[in-house]
Design a protein around this ligand. Structure first.
Ligand code: ADP
Ligand code: GN1
Ligand code: MG
Length: 356
């Protein structure tokens, strides 16, 4: 968040601020809380999201669509989905220059973010929230959606990116991560399962969120109910398996994503039960046999995919994910790989749960 431009000047393009403080724990954008009224100011990461106009168009279209559904269901659109605050001259973002593009959202009050300490009830609520989100978007006109990051969950392409990073060895770290590289490449045989299922017409494409980590959903601070799915930058066509698996990647782990004591990292199968119960409450009628069968596998796949993305970024010199300490991406990769092994050991047990 060490940016050199004057944030007061930026905020004045939207409204008059009294304070601006860094906010949240996202890995991608720079997020600030601004008062008052309380708002979220975000600098869009334009090295990742190359076309902020298309990105903002997606967000406006998706939130407008969700808003109508929420209203029709008797809910409050300003609480249950994001609201973009326009600039004084009516734009959905402010471009200070090419690399400094800012947007503002209404702050969703009386909610909490969950990072690592979560209960089974939280997982159930997250399942309900993400399931409801996907259900509401089931008839969204997909043709108006821009692909903000092409091939985002194309795991085989992620494997190719890892191989390239190994070959290029840009940060000179290859020798020190031989064990991790070996694990990543040994596991690559299952990387294509969902992409191939999609290509074969066995797995349907839907409008999906694509970044369902648990801190991308806000919970009511009193009742604990799932209130609002946020971080809509990657809403794109995809498989529901991406959203299901990715939510349990962090939601199902007994430790934080960057825990270095790997003896603490394991997959808690009860979280699978809780999340699935919530998710299926909303989605079970529209899922196909193939999707249902692959729910346990999706958790392994998405954890593996994220692990190889961290390892790739480490090899490339930490250019994608924000890091907060040296070797942070390597710590994250090791953590995810430990989790992959544990999920694999519990896959059969999860499958049994699905057939009950
Ligand atoms: P990133 O893309 O970097 O992950 P997010 O959009 O997820 O950024 O925002 C980071 C954090 O900021 C979220 O995890 C959440 O805690 C908080 N946040 C984002 N938008 C809002 C909002 N509209 N109201 C309240 N909190 C928010
Ligand atoms: C990023 O933006 P955030 O922190 O919610 C990333 C996800 C990863 C996640 C790993 C656009 O999510 O894909 O799974 O970090 N988002 C993007 O924690 O790459
Ligand atoms: Mg986020």
């Amino acid at each position: 968040m060490n940016i050199s431009i004057n944030l007061n000047e930026i905020v004045n393009k939207f409204l008059v601020p009294t304070s601006i403080v860094p906010y949240g724990n996202g890995h991608i954008n720079d997020t600030y809380c601004v008062e008052s009224p309380r708002c979220i100011l975000q600098r869009i990461n334009t090295s990742i999201f190359k076309n902020p106009d298309e990105l903002m168009e997606n967000i406006e279209n998706v939130t407008a669509f969700l808003g109508k559904k929420i209203l029709a269901a008797g809910g409050d659109p300003e609480r249950e989905t994001l609201t973009v605050i326009k600039t004084l001259d009516g734009k959905n973002c402010y471009k200070h220059d090419e690399n400094n593009v800012f947007r503002m959202y209404r702050f969703i009050e009386h909610t909490k973010s969950i990072e690592n300490d979560k209960t089974y009830e939280d997982l159930y609520q997250a399942g309900l929230g993400f399931g409801r989100f996907q259900k509401m978007l089931s008839d969204f006109p997909v043709e108006i959606l821009h692909e903000t990051i092409p091939d985002f969950h194309n795991t085989p392409k992620r494997v190719e990116a890892l191989k390239l990073a190994i070959e290029e060895n840009r940060a000179g770290r290859k020798e020190s991560v031989q064990e991790e590289i070996k694990f990543a490449l040994e596991q690559a045989e299952f990387a294509g399962k969902v992409v191939e299922g999609i290509e074969a017409g066995k797995i349907p494409m839907r409008v999906t969120h694509n970044d369902t980590k648990i801190n991308n959903i806000l919970f009511d601070e009193v009742t604990g109910e799932a209130v609002c799915v946020i971080d809509l930058d990657t809403v794109m066509p995809g498989s529901m398996l991406y959203d299901f698996g990715d939510a349990l990647r962090i939601g199902g782990s007994t430790a934080a994503e960057d825990e270095t004591d790997l003896s603490k990292v394991s997959f808690d199968i009860k979280t699978f039960e809780s999340f699935a119960k919530g998710y299926l409450t909303e989605m079970k009628d529209s899922l196909t046999e193939e999707e249902l069968k692959l729910l346990p596998f999706s958790v392994k796949l998405l954890t593996y995919e994220c692990g190889i993305r961290f390892l790739t970024d480490y090899l490339n010199g930490d250019t994608y994910f924000k890091i907060h300490r040296e070797h942070h991406n390597l710590d994250r990769a090791r953590n995810q790989f430990k989790l992959v092994a544990d999920i694999a050991a519990k896959e059969e047990e999860m499958l049994k749960l699905c057939s009950e």
